[in-house]
Design a protein around this ligand. Sequence first.
Ligand SMILES: [Zn+2]
Length: 168
Amino acid sequence: MTDNGRSPWLLGGAIALGTAILALVGWGQVKPVEVPWPLRWTHAPVLFAAVDSELSGPLEEALELWRKNTTHRVRLARPGETVDVVVHVDPALDVLGRASVQSRAGKILTVSIAVRPRPTLPVLLQEIGHSLGYGHPIAAPSGHIMRSSDPGSRDWRGLEGGDPSSVG
Ligand SMILES: [Zn+2]
């Protein structure tokens, strides 16, 4: 008699391996992410201004996500308000984005963000994070806001008030 079906032993092994992989992936989505936060503003909220008008829309979208996913009340500055973070486009920038943070004794004084033209949402999200004083987490999972390479827009773990359920 020929056996056309898979051996129950192999099948059982495959199911066990699959379960183990799912458990690992599941753990990866719920385990804490430690985001270094060495620098802080002394006041809140932090007011942003886009130097280039085409940046205003994307920047507002990114700030809205920060407000939605964390307790940071960051927003665009209104006319006459003192700006904390200035964002401008630099076509010659050697990286996708850079936040230059001026601080004294761990307190942030002022920040200037430079981005390449038409920055992606993850680039803006991460530079906003740097302007709030956050660094890159060690061994951040793929898609994390503050992951140094290939950041995403949905994993906010380790950021103040970051909602673990927003991972997806
Ligand atoms: Zn970064």
